[in-house]
Write a protein that binds this ligand. Structure first.
Ligand code: PEP
Ligand code: MN
Length: 339
């Protein structure tokens, strides 16, 4: 971190600031010239928030030169993290992991039909919401515990690992019992109480990017989980809110490249919630593979017209199967392993 003092700053103001910085076990490295007082702060700067230094009179500018996240940072760990879901499913290596399934678990029959279809097409994991975060309190809220049990049952029946969203920290013991990967929804990305609880979980966490979160905020949320001791975090870009209304959200595909530069964590894409339209999913999925994402999470429904949530963005089983064939062709060019 670099600090520049105002021209009119007094010696006393400077000394008060230096005393504060040293009290945090940090060192000062002076880089002043004749007419400007500038210094670097050296050490574990996570002890101070750069913006707090503006509370000191005489401070003109504070510039952060390192990232505020540590464990999630590429400079902390150079090698890509590979999150092992089970013996045959790893996210972050050569494998391109496909998670697919309905937006919501609606019934045993519905889940089985969809799970069989995605399995046949080559998916590795079954997704499905049991506790649904809906904008309207009158919309379908999910089957809750029954939904978790159905996911476990059908996942086991077909050999698919399961991923589903946790709505709050008090449900963690249930999720530990039933789920392979715990999803944090976009709306909960900054639920720090939940993130801290997940830091103590033994399960990998799929952390979706918040609706309007910057990449740094997203990685700080990953840091919360990692700081608690759980380093198995998979990031998921799911579209962000912009001025554009044509699609449900704007898929920030460059976020994959940005994350790979600054972090070692794997990152997957959810094109379904990004586009909000089924007819865009195949091409966005191919773009995701091409840009270097580690996998996808895609909504699929056997009867999208009657889905209880997100039918408009759900692929029919035949369309999903077609998409998997297209991705398989692309994977051979990109040296990725899909099926
Ligand atoms: C979901 O995956 O079903 C979901 C609600 O996604 P998001 O949190 O990204 O909106
Ligand atoms: Mn959905």
């Amino acid at each position: 971190m670099i600090v520049q003092m105002k021209k009119e700053a007094t010696k006393k103001e400077y000394e008060r600031l230096v005393e504060f910085i040293r009290s945090k076990n940090l060192e000062i490295k002076d880089a002043s010239s004749d007419d400007v007082v500038v210094f670097g702060i050296i050490g574990d700067i996570s002890a101070i928030d750069p913006s707090d230094l503006y509370a000191f009179e005489g401070v003109k500018e504070v510039i952060r030169v390192s990232t505020p996240f540590k464990k999630a940072s590429r400079s902390f760990k150079k090698k890509d993290t590979i999150v092992k879901i089970r013996e045959d499913i790893e996210i972050g290596g050569d494998q391109f992991v496909m998670m697919a399934g309905p937006c919501s678990v609606e019934s045993e029959d519905q889940l089985r039909v969809i799970a069989k279809g995605i399995k046949k097409a080559g998916a590795h994991m079954l997704r499905g919401g049991a506790y649904k975060p809906r904008t309207s309190p009158y919309a379908f809220q999910g089957l809750e515990l029954e939904g978790l049990k159905l996911l476990r049952k059908i996942g086991d029946e077909l050999g698919l690992a399961i991923v589903t969203e946790i709505p709050s920290a008090d449900l963690l013991p249930l999720f530990e019992q039933y789920v392979d990967v715990i999803q944090v929804g976009a709306r909960n990305m900054q639920n720090f109480h939940l993130l801290k609880a997940l830091g103590k979980s033994t399960k990998p966490i799929l952390l979706k990017r918040g609706l309007s979160a910057t990449i740094e905020e997203w990685l700080m949320s990953a840091e919360y989980i990692m700081a608690g001791g759980n380093e198995n975090v998979i990031l998921c870009e799911r579209g962000i809110r912009t001025f554009e209304k044509y699609t449900r959200n704007t898929l920030d595909i460059s976020a994959v490249l940005a994350v790979k530069e600054v972090s070692h964590l794997p990152v997957i894409i959810d094109p379904s919630h990004a586009a909000g339209r089924w007819n865009m999913i195949e091409k966005l999925s191919m773009a995701s593979m091409a840009v270097g994402a580690d996998g996808l999470i895609v909504e699929v429904h056997h009867d999208p017209e009657h889905a209880l949530s997100d039918g408009a963005q759900s692929l029919k089983l035949s369309k999903f199967s077609h998409m998997m064939d297209e991705l398989e062709k692309l994977s051979t060019v990109l040296d990725k392993k899909l099926k």
